[in-house]
Structures are given as C-alpha cells and as structure tokens.
Design a protein around this ligand. Structure first.
Ligand code: HEC
Length: 123
C-alpha cells in the first residue's frame, strides 16, 4: 500500500501538473497580460473605438468630449460598463480585446478630454 502511494506521488502529480500548466498557458488572454505591454489610450481608441465613434463615422455618438472632474467617476463607470457589456447596437469588448489596464487608461484619457484632439486631428 505504501509502495503504491509512493509510486503515484512520484509519477502522477508531475504529469498532471505538466498538463495543467500547458492548459493554463492556452487559457491566458492573447493580448496584454500586464500593464507593461498595454497599448496607449489613443492607440486603443483608434484600433477599437474610432471606426464607430469618430465624428466622420458617426455610427456611435461623440465620446471624446471632456467631463468636469466631479463627473469623472460616474462617467468612468458608465464607459467601463458600456465597453464590457455593450449598449444597444454597440458590442461588448472583453479583456482579450482591451485589457483592464488599457481600459482604465482609456477611460481616464476620455473623461479628461485628452482624446478630443485625437478625434479632431483625424477629421
Ligand atoms: C461597432 C461600432 C462600435 C464600436 C467599435 C464601439 N462603439 Fe461605443 N457605441 C456604439 C453605438 C452604436 C452606441 C450607441 C448605443 C445606444 O444606442 O445607446 C455606442 C455608445 C457608446 C457609449 C455611450 C455614449 C453615451 O454618451 O451615451 C460609450 C461611452 C461608448 N460607446 C464607448 C465606446 C468605447 C470606449 C469604444 C472602444 C473601446 C467603443 N465604444 C466602440 C458603437 C460602437
């Protein structure tokens, strides 16, 4: 009985762990797993949002206008909720498309009005 246990603990766990590690690697999101390789807010905006929200596209409403600081938190929650869950004709974007750090940086840039110049320069 003790022999069997020893054999199992020497061979089975390492194979199981190897399989689990491989499986875990396959499940990792393909884009930006940490803040260091996160895209800049204007890059995310151009790649993911602009083709609907840029003024000349007008599929979605203007979203780059600055908000007063007192409204940043509420507006930020609204943007986060809209991006993660979608809104009417707007699809949801998961973390594989926009990582959490990228979304937080984008939200900050949007509410401050930093992206208003990006949108204007594309006109
Ligand atoms: C496929 C087109 C499309 C893309 C891509 C898209 N949106 Fe939208 N978005 C829409 C549409 C359409 C609406 C209007 C939804 C409605 O009818 O309420 C909208 C609404 C919004 C609103 C609410 C606007 C308001 O003032 O009520 C926010 C915020 C928003 N989008 C942010 C984003 C962000 C940030 C991105 C990029 C990460 C993005 N959207 C990408 C189509 C899009």
């Amino acid at each position: 009985m003790q022999n069997t246990t020893t054999v199992l603990s020497r061979h089975l766990p390492s194979r199981t762990l190897g399989a689990l590690a491989l499986f875990g690697a396959l499940l990792l999101p393909p884009v930006a797993a940490n803040a260091s390789d996160a895209r800049e807010p204007d890059e995310v905006y151009r790649q993911v949002c602009a083709h609907c929200h840029a003024p000349d596209k007008a599929v979605g409403p203007e979203i780059t206008m600055a908000f007063p600081e007192a409204a940043w938190e509420a507006r930020g929650n609204y943007i986060r909720n809209t991006v993660r869950h979608g809104r009417a004709a707007m699809p949801a974007f998961r973390a594989a498309k926009i990582s959490d750090p990228e979304l937080e940086a984008l939200i900050e840039a949007l509410v401050r009005g930093d992206m208003a110049t990006t949108a204007a320069s594309e006109e």
